[in-house]
Design a protein around this ligand. Structure first.
Ligand code: ATP
Ligand code: MG
Length: 293
């Protein structure tokens, strides 16, 4: 058993390879905890799935199910919120040394990794409102990248602040009133630091895998990386372990869904579930797919 979560661990993060059951496990845990606690179930995966699992539309807006709030962050909404929260500050900093207009805000808002970086800040800001925040992540690579970006962002801000200090004398002469951009940079640095503190001090992670080769390898990698970031790993969940009764029920469901797929799409090729995919199976798959290629 995985054991009880330590009291100060408020963020429960679910990570793992694509399709192993992160959203399903996160939903199950969030619903269960919501019987006794105030819980936010939040997804930073821009492919919506919580909405499908819980049969609500929580894309880009919070939906309340009693004690449980559900929110699926979506890229556009996250950029928009970023613009509202940071747009003016960005303009303030950049316009203090470059002759630019407000369109620079839109330019920066479109930068890659802005929504990802901001979604971690959203979790931090939501934290005080809940007993637990259950965090359904995007597949391993994306989430680890997200945490890495946060770290780089933090280091980058440090450099920005020292660079700024060096040219400050000259800039003082051109500055057109308002808040010292250095304060803004320092506030951003503090935010990145707080996010790290949340990840290291208040977050516990569950790595999900299925009993299969690739998900298992990803799980090993995820556990190693999470630990290297200083994030607590509570345990590994091996999901979708098959037993005979599941197998026949699943078979029945598969038959129905296969029929449905045949009706839904013009061109369908089926590929069997192999016990294992080796060189031989890859050849077999290719043969089946040749009609498509
Ligand atoms: N224990 C289980 N038994 C049967 N089906 C399961 C189980 N866990 C998850 N599934 C099914 O597996 C599929 C993938 O699950 P889920 O969406 O939770 O995975 P995910 O890791 O969040 O995927 P993604 O990486 O796409 O976000 C879904 O169809 C879900 O219903
Ligand atoms: Mg998911």
């Amino acid at each position: 058993m995985l054991g009880a979560v330590k009291k100060h661990m408020k963020v429960l993060m679910f990570t793992g390879k694509g399709g192993v059951g992160k959203s399903t496990c996160a939903s199950a845990v969030a619903k269960g905890l919501a019987k006794r606690y105030r819980v936010l179930l939040i997804s930073t995966d821009y492919q919506p799935s919580l909405s499908n699992i819980l049969k609500v539309d929580a894309r880009g807006r919070k939906v309340s199910l009693g004690n449980l709030d559900v929110l699926e962050l979506d890229e556009e909404i996250t950029r928009e919120l970023w613009r509202e929260r940071f747009g003016e500050e960005v303009f303030r900093i950049i316009s203090s040394f470059l002759d630019v207009g407000r369109e620079v805000i839109d330019y920066i808002a479109e930068a890659p990794s802005i929504p990802e970086q901001f979604s971690l800040a959203m979790i931090l800001w939501e934290l005080p409102n809940y007993d637990y925040v259950v965090w359904d992540t995007s597949p391993v690579g994306g989430t680890l990248r997200l945490i890495r970006i946060e770290k780089e962002f933090y280091e980058h801000l440090g450099q920005a602040a020292s660079l700024y200090l060096r040219v400050r004398g000259a800039l003082d002469r051109m500055r057109r009133g308002g808040e010292d951009p250095l304060n803004i940079l320092n506030r951003w640095r503090k935010l990145a630091e707080d996010i790290f503190e949340m990840l290291r001090g208040q977050t516990t992670s569950y790595v999900i895998t299925t009993p299969e080769d690739l998900p298992l390898r990803e799980a090993v990698r995820a556990v190693r990386e999470l630990k290297s970031f200083g994030i607590d790993v509570r345990g590994v969940i091996v999901n979708q372990v098959m037993s005979q009764d599941v197998l026949s029920a699943r078979l029945e469901l598969q038959r129905r869904k296969l029929k449905e797929a045949m009706k839904l799409f013009d061109r369908v090729v089926t590929i069997p579930m192999y016990p294992e995919v080796t060189e031989e199976e890859l050849n077999l798959m290719f043969e089946r797919l040749t009609t498509f290629i």
